[in-house]
Each structure stands twice: as C-alpha cells, then as structure tokens.
Design a protein around this ligand. Sequence first.
Ligand code: CA
Ligand code: CA
Length: 190
Amino acid sequence: MRFTSALLIVFTCFVACEETTESSGPPADVRWADAVLGFSSEYDSTEWNAGQMLGEPDTYPDYGDIETAWTSELRDGMREFVELGFNAHPAPASSIAIFETYNPGFVDTIYVKNPNTGGWDIVWQDTAAAAGDSSRIFVVNFPLTSFNVTQVRIAMDMTAVIGWNEIDAVAIDNEPIPSKPDSTWNAAYR
Ligand SMILES: [Ca+2]
Ligand SMILES: [Ca+2]
C-alpha cells in the first residue's frame, strides 16, 4: 500500500468512524508524527535529520546506520531530545511506538504535552540500556490521557548505548500498538 492510499483509507475511516461513533470517543487509528517541533541536535540537515522521523517507517525493519532515520550530532556524546507533532485527527493517547533502527535502548523518558497545564507529562521513564543489535518497535502503553495528544517529547541518553542511536518513525494511538507488524495495525510499513 502506498503512503497516499494509506492516507486516503485512514481519512475515509476517520470520517466514517466519526459519524458512527460520535459518542464513544475518537477513532483508533495509528497516528504518525507529522511535524518536528524541536530537537537537541541532528546529524545533518538533509540526512539523519529530524525530519526523517516523520510519516510511516521507511527504514524499519532494516537495521543499521541508514540516512532515512534521525540520529544526533554526536554518537555517544550526551543526552538528547526530540519533540514531535501529531496534528492529524487529534485524539487522546495510551500508546506510543518508537521505531529504533540502530543500536536501540537509548530512550529513557517519554512525555506528552498537557494542554490544560502547558507542561510536559511523563508517561514513561526507565534507565537507558543497550537492547540488542536488531531494529525494534519500542512500544510503551500508559493510561489513556484525558486530553488530545498533539505533541510528544522523547528524551534519550546517547552515552548509555554505544554507537549511533537512530529513530526511523514514531506513532501514537489510543489503544495498545503491537510491537511487531500485525494485521490489526493499519500501517503500511514493510
Ligand atoms: Ca550512542
Ligand atoms: Ca524515517
């Protein structure tokens, strides 16, 4: 499925779901990051740049130092962060999937922007540690937010996992996202 047709299907479903489930909450579609709001660094302005995290995965399930994923300016230099926007069909969230395609395990804190307070709410936190030498979909589930999530902040410790640490794509949903490609997930990734 091409990206454009996937978008059309998602949009069509969104409209249909909105009509049929008006009183039961937002649609359960996966939402891909669609805006870069901020970052601590990026490797280059056109390759391994922050924009490489937008949209559906185009690196996963490949593993390695691949320019269609984001990485930081320094390999093992310091803590880093990225802030991503999810502007299509705003909805509450209870799950986030981070497609880590090189030296995974470097994420240690995930936040969502709370529009009621203007602050970042932590939805997950742990110690960064090397998580093998293959690409993975790192999924975190948390209690459904009481507000629409349109901004996510991912904090990372690049010093904790030796080598370049790369993110291909980020998705959120209001139901648990599978950590493996699954027919229940209407994503078009390979
Ligand atoms: Ca590193
Ligand atoms: Ca990518």
